[in-house]
Design a protein around this ligand. Structure first.
Ligand code: UN1
Length: 512
């Protein structure tokens, strides 16, 4: 399969690229290289020089220098820079979306949707830049005023995953930027080119506005050297990490040891409960998008379906029929619904999970095969899988980043909720029901234990306006909308005495 790569030039991507930016693109002599391949046909697209530890030092030095200036620029003026970045992203939406598709394999409408998510969060951040409000608090002392103010935190490390290679950066970086922080982005080594393209877009705006390049920095490098150094670096007060639960635990340990702050967006194991009162047409479409979309590689992907016994057989029959219609192939082509998995080892993980499932007693109802032939030469294309399983199986409690949907039957809603909550992860959840009583039970304190609870929509596809994140092993962090910005700032409680005496709090008399 031949792919036209000429559009890469328009995004500033060359055959060989530097992977380190601190206001200028750096390239040391002995930097290790990454060969970037596309899962579409398995061929090389370009290569990237990774950062050395010396280059890491020069990135952090520039970031710290830029912070001294950036933190004193009024927040609405910082918002203006983010507005200009949003405008540039609008111009590059289709090219950048195409690069996302090329580099990690999600279908073009999803690649472009991801850039739209960046544009949306830019707009949100611009508005936010005039709303970084603190509270005024009633003081118990006469002629005293108390209030809270929020100050920039410093250098924020943003470590992102391959599956949302640009949107997750924007949720963090554009919010952090209006908050007055500077950013060091460490993208996934699977998707360095989209990061370089975004950095080029940002660079243009920052330079045109006469600002220092060190506000938005990029460092592509091995986790074992550069990544480790970032986690241990006391000059980085906040690390925002998106990735697997085991890696997230390591991040929490290293950053926690120096009492740094973290935002962790780790794995999901999201379920949809389909009740006997559900609108099955809507449920069917939602399950299809949430389970098959992005080839099952969203942290919000639906991995478990908990179906009421009264509609179990009929719903599954319809779902299997719908799965048979899913067009699998080149994600750049119109009409494809499911592209490849990101790499061959992801296919191995999927096959391994299905073996485990079978050993435990589970039954594959549809799919789960590797596709072969010229069109699928990268070895990354699979058929999406529906499998009957029990919540007790070890593999069902584990997040496999692939399109496997485990289905289970339930009798009453208490049981469905127990199944839904009985996994280590707590990101997203949904119920399909037209019964107000069922919906309210799902949303109640003993209902879904996840950070996201949806009614009559699927588990994936969250809007940027809400705080995004989850509980339990998902890590507890929140990014994107609502008041998630507070994690990127430091809170200061201020008390001002404008009287001429010195009353003490709690009415304490001390030496008077
Ligand atoms: C992720 O998979 O890491 O809710 C993020 C969604 C997207 C974000 C997913 N807006 O599916």
């Amino acid at each position: 399969m031949h792919l036209d790569l000429s559009f890469l030039k328009e995004l500033g991507i060359n055959d060989n690229n530097s992977g380190v930016y601190n206001g200028n693109w750096l390239k040391s002599q002995n930097a290790p290289e990454i060969e970037v391949t596309t899962p579409i046909n398995g061929k090389t697209i370009a290569s990237v020089y990774q950062a050395t530890l010396d280059e890491y030092e020069s990135v952090i030095t520039e970031a710290q220098k830029a912070f001294k200036l950036w933190r004193n620029i009024p927040a609405p003026k910082r918002g203006e820079i983010v507005r200009l970045i949003g405008n540039e992203l609008r111009k590059y939406k289709s090219l950048l979306g195409k690069l996302v598709t090329l580099e990690m394999g999600k279908i073009l409408p999803e690649g472009e949707g991801e850039v739209q998510e960046m544009i949306d969060i830019a707009d949100f951040a611009v508005g936010l830049s005039r709303q970084l409000y603190g509270l005024t608090i009633a003081s118990e002392r006469e002629k005293h005023r108390m209030y809270e103010q929020w100050h920039p935190l410093g250098t924020v490390a943003v470590i992102t995953a391959f599956n949302f290679p640009v949107a997750v950066w924007s949720w963090n970086a554009l919010i952090a930027a209006v908050c007055g922080d500077v950013i060091i982005w460490k993208p996934s080594s699977e998707t360095p080119l989209t990061a370089i393209a975004v950095q080029n877009i940002v660079d243009k705006v920052v330079k045109e506005q006469g600002l220092p390049g060190g506000i938005f920095n990029l460092i592509i490098g091995p986790g074992s050297t550069v990544g480790q150094r970032m986690l241990e670096d006391r000059r980085i007060p906040l690390v925002s990490f998106t990735g697997s639960i085991p890696m997230g635990k390591l991040v929490a340990e290293h950053v926690g040891r120096r009492l740094g702050k973290t935002i962790l967006e780790l794995g999901g194991n999201n379920a949809i409960i389909i009740t006997g009162n559900a609108n099955l047409d809507m449920a069917l479409r939602a399950v299809l998008f949430s389970a098959v979309g992005t080839t099952g590689q969203r942290c919000t992907t639906t991995r478990r379906l908990i179906i009421h016994e009264s509609i179990y057989d009929i719903f599954l029959e319809r779902l299997i029929n719908a799965y048979k219609q899913v067009t699998i192939g080149n994600p750049l082509e119109n009409g494809t619904l499911m592209g490849p998995l990101v790499k061959k080892s992801a296919v191995e993980d999927m096959m391994h999970a299905l073996e485990e499932l079978k050993k435990a007693g589970g039954r594959i109802l549809y799919g789960g095969e590797l596709l072969e032939g010229e069109e699928y030469q990268s070895g990354c294309y699979v058929t999406p899988c529906i499998a009957e399983a029990k919540i007790e199986y070890d593999i069902v409690r584990h997040e496999t980043f692939a399109p496997i949907l485990y289905v289970m039957k339930y009798t009453d809603l208490d049981q469905a909720l127990a199944i839904q909550n009985d996994v280590p992860q707590g990101l997203s959840s949904s119920i399909f029901s037209t019964s107000m009583l069922e919906v309210e039970q799902f949303l109640g304190p003993d209902g879904s234990d996840c950070g996201i609870a949806n009614v009559n929509i699927g588990t994936s596809g969250a809007e940027i306006g809400g705080a995004f994140g989850g509980e339990k092993d998902t890590g507890g962090g929140r990014e994107s909308g609502s008041d998630a910005w507070k994690a990127y700032m430091r809170r200061q409680t201020v008390t001002i005495n404008w009287g001429s005496s010195l009353p003490l709090a709690q009415g304490i008399k001390f030496g008077d």
